[in-house]
Ligand binder design. Structure first.
Ligand SMILES: Nc1ncnc2c1ncn2[C@@H]1O[C@H](COP(=O)(O)OP(=O)(O)OP(=O)(O)O)[C@@H](O)[C@H]1O
Ligand SMILES: [Mg+2]
Length: 419
């Protein structure tokens, strides 16, 4: 991102249940420091996508205004998350021949441009383009090929893309709030920046962010993001299952989930009765065995985790994605979810809370703020991304000439920043 470390940065996590706005600055003494934060209920968002512009705009404005007041600054540009069902990873190997000699920046730039032009498509936008592995004359695993001699250069690229429609609506919503879009980071990649340890990233780890409308995952290996996935199921589905299963209003079901919910049965569940108002008679209280509530929650949580696991298997990554899972998002606060995830995946599981941002209040020091804090950490981090800044949402085919100030220039900037 074309940011300097002294810039004040504003990030927005636009979720299905809440909008969180953080304003931070990089301070040489403390690292990334929080200046102000604001949250608001999110109304016009479904499965992470804006479905009602006016309602979404209201939530964003409210969160930004609160953060501005707390930080004592006025915000003009924002970096936002993309938590969408259409998030997807695409891998591509590109080769190029060149006259023998030392490999230079322009060779790297050309091959990255080739990969970008091959990947560009009208129906999706490229949000991240990460060179994973360089190859010179068949020799793999090269971190920086510049200065080496060879005739054939290759690179394994990892692209994270999302459907262009929901991204355009997101960008439009930001515009309606009179803010400029400075960048987009996909949610599980952002969350990883604030919760994963270096060892986890090196050895292999899967981060699972369970929000209200969406469960997303990012997989890291050898300190690189190698996969991203998303499914349109989250805590809201658990709540509506409870509402249906116990015949209680959605609002009451959400409260019951937060107060008594668990994904695992306890030994006293059969005997413990929980209060539960029936639909249409909020002042009447029926009592139901806690075991019934737990069974409903477990069924949905298990199904969601198994679906995600199947998709990770299908990606071919499961065999080398490490032995560790880190859970984030509000769903991670569900009692018993950690243990259930251990059972389903047969891996070690921990709950991820944000670190790396100085000055977080207790309320923000929680798994549901991993994405927001991660967006802030990511903005100041030197990453290996080949493109930066706002994504191209034009849907037109990639043309190197057209992009004199776009990804071509940005890939040059990436080369300068990273090597
Ligand atoms: N203690 C808890 N037990 C169970 N569920 C919880 C708990 N706390 C929060 N949740 C659930 O977490 C969800 C909200 O999580 P989060 O704030 O991460 O979602 P979001 O970012 O708004 O949505 P998304 O990422 O899906 O767009 C809600 O469904 C809420 O019911
Ligand atoms: Mg979220």
């Amino acid at each position: 991102m074309s940011l300097t470390r002294s810039d004040t940065i504003c990030v927005l996590d636009i979720g299905t249940s809440k909008v969180a706005c953080l304003i931070g600055r990089h301070d040489p003494a403390t690292g990334v420091r929080l200046l102000g934060a604001g949250t608001a209920a999110s109304q016009g968002v479904k499965h992470g996508a804006v479905v009602d512009l006016e309602a979404s705009e209201a939530g964003i404005r409210q969160a930004v205004q609160k953060a501005e007041r707390a930080a004592g600054v006025t915000v003009h540009g924002v970096i936002v998350n993309a938590g969408l069902r259409t998030l997807s990873s695409k891998h591509m190997r590109v080769h190029s021949q060149f006259a023998s000699g030392a490999i230079e920046d322009r060779n790297l730039k050309r091959i990255i441009d080739t990969s970008l032009s091959q990947q560009a498509a009208p129906e999706h936008a490229i949000l991240h383009a990460l060179p994973l592995n360089w190859e010179v004359d068949g020799e793999n695993g090269i971190r920086d090929p510049r200065g080496m001699y060879g005739q054939r250069l290759g690179v394994d690229m990892h692209f994270v893309t999302a459907g262009i429609g929901p991204l355009r609506n997101l960008a439009h919503c930001i515009e309606r709030c009179h803010l400029s879009l400075r960048g987009v980071t996909v949610s599980p990649y952002a969350a990883a920046q604030s919760v994963l340890t270096q060892d986890e990233r090196d050895l292999g780890v899967t981060l699972i962010d369970m929000g209200a409308g969406l469960t997303t995952a990012s997989v890291f290996r050898d300190n690189q993001l190698v996969h991203v996935d998303a499914i349109g199921v989250g805590g809201r589905n658990v709540t509506s299952d409870i509402a249906r299963g116990l015949n209680t209003p959605v609002e009451a079901a959400e409260r019951i989930k937060l107060l008594y919910g668990s994904a695992l049965h306890g030994s006293r569940d059969e005997y413990e009765q929980i209060p539960c108002p029936p639909v249409g008679a909020m002042d009447e209280l029926q009592r139901v065995p806690k075991a019934r509530l737990t069974a409903i929650i477990r069924a949905r949580a298990e199904e969601t985790l198994e679906l995600l696991q199947k998709r990770l298997y299908a990606s071919g990554l499961e065999s080398y994605s490490g032995r560790q899972i880190v859970l984030t998002g509000g769903g991670a606060k569900l009692s018993g979810l950690r243990e259930l995830t251990e059972l389903v995946f047969n891996k070690r599981v921990r709950i991820g809370t944000p670190h790396g941002v100085f000055g977080l209040t207790d309320a923000l020091d929680a798994p549901d703020y991993a994405v927001a804090t991660g967006l802030l950490c990511h903005a100041y981090e030197q990453t290996s991304e080949a493109i930066s800044g706002p994504p191209d949402l034009s849907g037109r085919r990639y043309q190197a000439n057209r992009y004199s100030g776009g990804p071509v220039a940005r890939s040059v900037q990436w080369l300068r920043e990273n090597f």
